[in-house]
Design a protein around this ligand. Structure first.
Ligand code: KIV
Ligand code: NA
Length: 276
């Protein structure tokens, strides 16, 4: 059965956790669906993970559509959420609806995600009114990196924590079906989760959220340049890939690959004629 936003609603009512992971391509999305993840996020972290940028600022609508289509083809029965890239919704409510619509029509997303609270309240409402489910994103919102001046834990001070709580209610009221809480103290995230009707999905927000999300390259130990405190390596894909690639290099150099079983045959008589 296809996982939808109702899967999230039911899980919250039953007290079950929801799982979300990022993916940016067909093959990875297929593995995730087969493993049974509830939701795949085509995050604009694709800028970092797939495209090698230092932040998410340069990611375009075309990038997101291109990768979201691939994920949607690989995970037909999983809720696919696509990030709205920087400046695809901040500019106006109109832009927000048009671009959310493109992510759904062209990218085949089942829902979109955007960053911010009160500032994007009207945007969330308008997109939701267009029958496009919206996931909000609060706390550390990476598209605001230049305004924040660095990646750090959010809402530790009383005023900021109060503002975060208000923003959570604002996005719920505007129609969001879920909210990602990134890098916020776990006690605060747990409190917010207990007060909200919609699903909270934590990343660096502790165990008290309704669900969790991680960047797949981080949690599989594929990307190891740095490891934020909240990341756990559930596998060591970097080592697996590296040793596989080294094995290939060694066997090609030593002429042991390809072996006979990897090759195609031609009739000996034809070869004899060709050589004449
Ligand atoms: O882009 C992304 O991967 C995200 C998650 C970290 C929540 O927004
Ligand atoms: Na993102």
């Amino acid at each position: 059965m296809k996982k939808t936003i109702n899967t999230f609603k039911e899980a919250k009512l039953n007290g079950d956790k929801v799982t979300m992971l990022t993916a940016y391509d067909y093959s990875t999305a297929k593995i995730m669906e087969e493993a049974g993840v509830d939701s795949i996020l085509v995050g604009d972290s694709l800028g970092n993970v797939m495209l090698g940028y230092e932040d998410t600022i340069s990611v375009t609508m075309e990038d997101m559509i291109h990768h979201c289509r691939a994920v949607a083809r690989g995970a037909k029965n999983t809720l696919v959420v696509c990030d709205m890239p920087f400046m695809s919704y901040q500019t106006s409510v109109y832009d927000a609806v048009v671009n959310a619509g493109r992510l759904m029509k062209e990218g085949r997303a089942n829902a979109v995600k955007l960053e911010g609270g009160r500032v994007v309240k009207d945007h969330i409402k308008a997109i939701t009114d267009a029958s496009i489910p919206v996931c909000a994103h609060l706390g550390l919102t990476p598209q605001s990196i230049n305004a924040f001046g660095g990646y750090k834990v959010q809402a530790k001070e009383e005023e900021a924590a109060k503002r975060l709580i208000e923003d959570c209610f604002i996005v719920q009221e505007a129609g969001a079906f879920a909210v990602v809480l990134e890098c916020v103290p776990s006690a605060l995230a747990e409190y917010i989760t207990s007060k909200l009707d919609i699903t909270t999905i934590g990343i660096g927000a502790g165990n008290g959220c309704d669900g969790q999300v991680l960047v797949y390259a981080d949690m599989l130990g594929m990307f190891t340049d740095y490891k934020p405190k909240f990341v756990k390596h559930f596998a060591n894909v970097y080592d697996v890939m590296k040793s596989g690639i080294e094995g290939y290099i060694n066997e090609v150099k030593s002429k042991s690959y390809p072996a006979v079983e990897h090759t195609y045959k031609i009739d000996q008589d034809i070869m004899e004629k060709l050589k004449k």
